[in-house]
Design a protein around this ligand. Structure first.
Ligand SMILES: *[C@@H]1O[C@H](CO)[C@@H](O)[C@H](O)[C@H]1NC(C)=O
Ligand SMILES: *[C@@H]1O[C@H](CO)[C@@H](O)[C@H](O)[C@H]1NC(C)=O
Ligand SMILES: *[C@@H]1O[C@H](CO)[C@@H](O)[C@H](O)[C@H]1NC(C)=O
Ligand SMILES: *[C@@H]1O[C@H](CO)[C@@H](O)[C@H](O)[C@H]1NC(C)=O
Ligand SMILES: *[C@@H]1O[C@H](CO)[C@@H](O)[C@H](O)[C@H]1NC(C)=O
Ligand SMILES: *[C@@H]1O[C@H](CO)[C@@H](O)[C@H](O)[C@H]1NC(C)=O
Ligand SMILES: *[C@@H]1O[C@H](CO)[C@@H](O)[C@H](O)[C@H]1NC(C)=O
Ligand SMILES: *[C@@H]1O[C@H](CO)[C@@H](O)[C@H](O)[C@H]1NC(C)=O
Ligand SMILES: *[C@@H]1O[C@H](CO)[C@@H](O)[C@H](O)[C@H]1NC(C)=O
Length: 288
C-alpha cells in the first residue's frame, strides 16, 4: 500500500498554497519504476538544490534503521558522466552531500542515488546505488500552475511560492490591476474613461462644453506606476482663446510696427548723416 503523506509547508493549505509538497511511498521499487511512479502521481522525483532543502526534506521523512532508504532524483547514465538532477538537468551537488567514501561506484554500476534517513552521522547523506535495487521514493508536487499568479509568473520555493507581476499588476498573487486616482475635476468639461474605470492602460478623454476649445493633448492614460501620463488636457473658453490669439496677434503686430518704425527712423537718420557727405564729395572733386 502506498502511504501518501502530504507534507504541509507553513500553515493551512486549504486557503493558500505554500511551496511544493513532498510525497513518499512505503513500497519499494527500482529507480526507473520510482521515477515513473512520481511522474504519474505527482510532478517528478524530488530535486534538491541546496543543503537547506536537503536538511528540510530529511526532517520530513520517517527514520529508518537500515536499508532500503529513499531514491532521490539525481542520476547519471554512464560511468564518467556528471551527476544530473531529473527534470531540469541541474548539476548541483553540495560539499557535504555524499556520505563518507561515497560515491564509491561499487562494481562500476551505481548510477542512482539514495538518501540515508537513519539516526547516525550519515543522516541526510547520499549514497550511490545500483538503479535496479528496490527502495522507497520521495516525489515532489509542484504548486505553481497557470492560475497561481493571476497576471505574473510563478516561482516555486521550498517554503512558498512567489509571484513576479506583469507591468501594471500588483498584489500577493498579481491579482490586482494598478489603479490611478480619479482624474482631477477640470475647471471646464469632463473626462470620459475607456471601460468606465481608471485602471492601468485606461485612457480618459476630456470633452469640452460648447464655446470651449480643447488644448492638446486631448487625453491622459493610466500608467503602470498608478499615475496619469503627460500634461493635462484643458478646456479653454472659445472667446478667451480667440482673444488670446487676437491679443497675441495684436501684440506681435504692435511689435512689428514698432520695429519697422524704429528701423525706418534709423535708416532716415543714416541717410540724413550720409547726405551732406554726398553733397560735399562732388564739390571737393570739383575743387580738386
Ligand atoms: C536535459 O538533458 C537531456 C539530455 O541532454 C535533454 O534531452 C533534455 O531536453 C534536457 N532537459 C532540459 C529540461 O533541459
Ligand atoms: C531545478 O528544478 C528544481 C525543482 O523544480 C528547482 O528548485 C531548481 O531551482 C531548478 N534548477 C535549475 C538550475 O533550474
Ligand atoms: C559492492 O557490492 C557488492 C554486491 O554487489 C557488496 O557485497 C559489497 O559490500 C559492495 N561494496 C561496497 C564497498 O559497498
Ligand atoms: C529521526 O532521528 C533524528 C536523529 O536521531 C531525530 O532528531 C528525529 O527527531 C527523528 N525523527 C523522527 C520522526 O522520529
Ligand atoms: C525496473 O523494473 C521493471 C519492472 O520490473 C523492469 O522492466 C526494469 O528493467 C527495471 N529497471 C532497472 C533499472 O532495473
Ligand atoms: C493552481 O494553483 C493554485 C495555487 O497556487 C491552486 O489554488 C489551484 O487549485 C491550482 N489549480 C489547478 C488547476 O491545479
Ligand atoms: C509567502 O510569500 C509571501 C510573499 O510572496 C509572504 O507574504 C508570505 O508571508 C509567505 N508565506 C510563508 C508561509 O512564508
Ligand atoms: C476597465 O477598463 C478596461 C479598458 O480600459 C477594461 O478592459 C476592463 O475590463 C475594465 N475593468 C473593469 C473592472 O471594469
Ligand atoms: C496596454 O496597452 C498596450 C499598448 O496599447 C498593450 O500593448 C498592452 O498589451 C496593454 N496591456 C494590458 C495589460 O492591457
Amino acid at each position: 500500500m502506498k502511504l501518501t503523506l502530504i507534507v504541509l509547508l507553513g500553515s493551512s493549505l486549504a486557503a493558500t498554497t505554500l511551496g511544493w509538497k513532498y510525497h513518499y511511498t512505503d513500497t519499494t521499487m527500482n529507480w526507473t519504476q520510482a521515477r515513473q511512479y512520481c511522474k504519474t502521481h505527482y510532478t517528478d522525483m524530488v530535486v534538491i538544490q541546496s543543503q537547506e532543502e536537503n536538511d528540510y526534506l530529511v526532517s520530513l521523512l520517517p527514520n529508518r534503521s537500515g536499508s532500503p532508504y529513499y531514491w532521490i532524483g539525481i542520476t547519471k547514465n554512464h560511468m564518467n558522466e556528471t551527476w544530473t538532477w531529473v527534470g531540469n538537468n541541474s548539476t548541483w551537488v553540495g560539499n557535504e552531500s555524499w556520505a563518507e567514501n561515497e560515491p564509491n561506484n561499487n562494481h562500476s554500476t551505481e548510477f542512482c542515488v539514495e538518501i540515508y534517513v537513519n539516526t547516525n552521522k550519515n543522516r541526510g547523506k547520499w549514497n550511490d546505488e545500483k538503479c535496479s535495487n528496490q527502495k522507497y521514493v520521495v516525489c515532489y508536487e509542484a504548486q505553481c500552475n497557470a492560475t497561481s499568479c493571476g497576471r505574473g509568473t510563478c516561482k516555486e520555493t521550498t517554503e512558498n511560492i512567489t509571484c513576479h507581476c506583469e507591468l501594471g499588476f500588483k498584489g500577493h498573487r498579481c491579482q490586482t490591476v494598478v489603479e490611478c486616482p480619479h482624474p482631477p475635476q477640470p475647471a471646464y468639461g469632463h473626462f470620459n474613461c475607456s471601460g468606465g474605470n481608471q485602471t492601468f492602460n485606461s485612457t480618459c478623454e476630456l470633452t469640452c462644453p460648447p464655446g470651449f476649445l480643447l488644448t492638446s493633448p486631448t487625453s491622459i492614460t493610466c500608467e503602470a506606476t498608478g499615475s496619469w501620463s503627460g500634461p493635462r488636457p484643458i478646456c479653454t473658453i472659445y472667446k478667451q482663446a480667440l482673444l488670446a490669439v487676437a491679443g497675441c496677434g495684436a501684440f506681435s503686430g504692435f511689435c512689428c510696427i514698432c520695429f519697422c518704425w524704429m528701423k525706418h527712423r534709423k535708416r532716415k537718420k543714416l541717410t540724413q548723416v550720409r547726405q551732406p557727405e554726398e553733397e560735399t564729395s562732388p564739390s571737393s572733386e570739383v575743387h580738386g
